[in-house]
Design a protein around this ligand. Structure first.
Ligand SMILES: Cc1cc2nc3c(=O)[nH]c(=O)nc-3n(C[C@H](O)[C@H](O)[C@H](O)COP(=O)(O)OP(=O)(O)OC[C@H]3O[C@@H](n4cnc5c(N)ncnc54)[C@H](O)[C@@H]3O)c2cc1C
Length: 591
């Protein structure tokens, strides 16, 4: 009687109040954790490539002055050491948000079949599953304690194809490159640009993973000309939550294909291979690097105002990308790149700005000689050429057995093994560059720079790009705001390698909180003039409010439907990913 009474009452409840069948992923301490025999079966299925995950930070358990601990804190400044260790991530943590912790086991996958075996095992045993490629997620989305990790590091075959046609499509054959999903961008650039003299649109940082970057949209130094990296995806091989290996392209599973182009990594399946468009390489590329110090706040205001106008008139086009930084110490740092200009041509572009500075030499000091010039594009990512020409662009992996190809930009070194204090981004609409808005933009940049350093990444906003780049971006899942933005503003702060509970290496939580507050206030000054901007999913706040709208705008609704279709039970979970609101923050319990 009681049971039937309860049942009839339940039928009268509004649907949302009836508890859905609880899903709680199991941890090693739970009785439902797979037996040793079950793990052995998985190990057999992946040919012995199931590995217990070690936690490198344990080197400090025996004492923080030990040689092992010192070696560890030196090694975590090397992205290749980090990448070779399934137990840690490029970012070691984020104050009050997350810290890197190892999975229990990892499948060191070699192909789609290994991935499918791991996906099936996780689904059948109700495990928390996590995927790691390059390990560069700022938000810790490739990190989950008590989980099974699919680790793609060893899947880095790169093959150029001259006549690629996506499966099921009737399009004309085109030049493309197919990469394993553990490939990092330097490996792709080495094959496509250094060796084959061609171009593939990827990311700026050499050690970021191809699969992670493509799935978050992805921008490289030259995206102002070539567009988003995701827009160059022609086909992906992907293992979905049901364990099936699928092809996704414009003709086969086009909905999944679209979601993979910017809908966020670790959400719709595990990508095992990607095929990307390859294009002709211009002969030259180059840059402009210099820092100007203003002598007073007033002089700095004028400098920013002048730069905004100069940017709009001379640099707001598809030749110029990368960054300008506006800092509290009244410095303007220019770190920009160009495409296709001779050294003399690139200097000529900057001459009016340099002339203006020279006219007020008491107010402005250029630190060192402005470095403006060009080089053969083919050698942009070539460590040998860089060494020979004393370009001093890269840091190198100093481990004794390291490949000479293990290099990363000096400019990215501060983010290796770092702990984040605060990180926010905002797309800046191109309307702010109009004559009657430039003053407003300059004032906002000055006001923001009183709190923290503002970086404008011009290559991460597509206004000014060729229409083809903009149209192809519209056919991705990214927030359409990217198409009307002249730049992505990024404000971030953090500290070098640190880990909670390791004496003398603890993150500075008090300083971190103060910095996060400054980052937020700084960004609010920009939000005041760019309220509808939106943020870039991969480079944004862990605590992003209304993240669905911020990251994907109107595209979120379609992404949520695709998520339901391919992963109805939420096997794939990442923090602030599509569908993540149905889960607790750790991704273990369905709400
Ligand atoms: C120093 C640094 C510089 C950066 N520079 C740029 C830049 O120039 N341009 C830019 O656009 N972004 C940049 N980023 C952001 C970067 O593109 C993203 O963080 C990207 O998602 C990292 O990919 P990953 O494979 O290295 O990282 P991971 O942490 O391994 O992966 C990121 C996400 O993708 C998922 N994922 C990884 N592999 C797969 C797979 N095979 N299948 C399914 N899901 C997968 C993971 O689960 C995770 O959720 C930078 C980040 C850092 C730390």
């Amino acid at each position: 009687m009681k049971a039937s009474g309860a049942a009839s009452l339940a039928a009268a409840w509004p649907r949302g109040l009836v508890a859905s069948p609880a899903i709680r992923r199991v941890r090693p301490s739970d009785p439902g954790w797979p037996s040793k025999a079950a793990w052995k079966r998985l190990n057999d299925a992946v040919d012995g490539n199931l590995i217990p995950v070690e936690f490198p930070i344990n080197a400090c358990l025996s004492g923080t002055q030990s040689a092992d601990c010192n070696a560890l804190f030196a090694n975590v400044k090397n992205p290749y050491y980090i990448g070779d260790n399934p137990g840690i991530t490029q970012t070691l943590g984020w104050v009050d948000a997350w810290e890197t912790k190892p999975s229990v086991y990892a499948v060191a996958a070699r192909n789609a079949d290994d991935i499918a075996a791991a996906v099936d095992f996780a689904r059948e045993n109700n495990l928390r599953l996590v995927v790691k490629g390059g390990g560069h997620s700022y938000q810790g989305t490739s990190n989950a304690p008590d989980s099974l990790l699919i680790w793609t590091r060893h899947m880095h075959d790169v093959a150029i194809q001259n006549d690629f046609v996506a499966r099921g499509c009737k399009s004309a054959p085109q030049r493309a490159v197919t990469v394993g999903s553990g490939t990092i961008w330097l490996q792709a650039y080495d094959a496509v640009t250094t060796k084959a003299g061609a171009y593939v649109q990827g990311g700026g940082c050499t050690t970021v993973g191809v699969a992670g970057l493509i799935q978050s949209g992805g921008f490289g130094s030259f995206s102002k000309h070539y567009g988003m990296a995701a827009a160059g995806l022609l086909e992906a091989e992907v293992v979905t939550a049901d364990g099936k290996v699928r092809i996704a392209n414009a003709c086969t599973n086009p909905d999944l294909f679209w979601a993979l182009k910017g809908g966020g990594g670790g959400t719709f399946g595990v990508v095992s291979k990607l095929t990307l468009r390859v294009r002709d390489l211009p002969e030259l590329a180059g840059g402009a690097d210099f820092t100007i110090k203003a002598s007073s706040d007033d002089a700095y205001r004028r400098l920013i105002r002048q730069f905004v106008g100069f940017y709009r008139d001379a640099l707001f086009n598809d030749r110029w990308g990368e960054q300008a930084h506006f800092s509290p110490d009244n410095k303007l740092q220019i770190s920009m790149v160009h495409l296709g200009l001779e050294t003399e041509q690139s200097r000529k572009v900057w001459q009016p700005f340099l002339n203006w500075l020279a006219q007020s030499s008491t107010a402005y000091t250029i630190e060192g000689e402005p470095g403006i010039g060009s080089m053969p594009f083919r050698h942009w990512w070539d460590p040998d050429w860089s060494k020979e020409h004393h370009r001093d662009a890269f840091k190198a992996d100093s481990r004794s057995n390291a490949s000479p190809m293990n290099v990363w930009w000096n400019g990215d070194a501060g983010q290796v093994g770092w702990v984040i204090w605060g990180f926010e981004s905002l797309w800046m609409p191109a309307s702010l560059l109009q004559d009657d808005s430039q003053e407003k933009l300059a004032n906002a940049l000055f006001a923001a720079s009183r709190f923290s350093a503002v970086e404008l990444h011009f290559n991460k906003g597509l206004a000014g790009a060729p229409s083809e780049a903009i149209e192809s971006a519209k056919d991705t899942a990214m927030n359409p705001a990217v198409c009307g933005a002249f730049a992505l503003a990024i404000v971030a702060d953090g500290q070098g390698p640190a880990y909670p509970g390791i004496p003398n290496h603890e993150p500075d939580a008090a300083m971190g909180r103060a910095a996060a507050d400054a980052v937020h206030r700084c960004m609010n000054e920009l939000r005041a003039v760019a309220s509808s901007g939106g943020a870039y999913v991969s480079e944004s706040n862990f605590f992003e409010s209304d993240f669905e709208h911020s990251y994907w705008g109107a595209n979120y609704v379609r992404l949520a439907e695709i998520k339901k279709k391919y992963d109805p039970d939420g096997l794939f979970f990442v923090h602030n990913g599509v569908g993540s609101k149905h889960w607790t923050l750790d991704g273990f319990t369905k709400l």
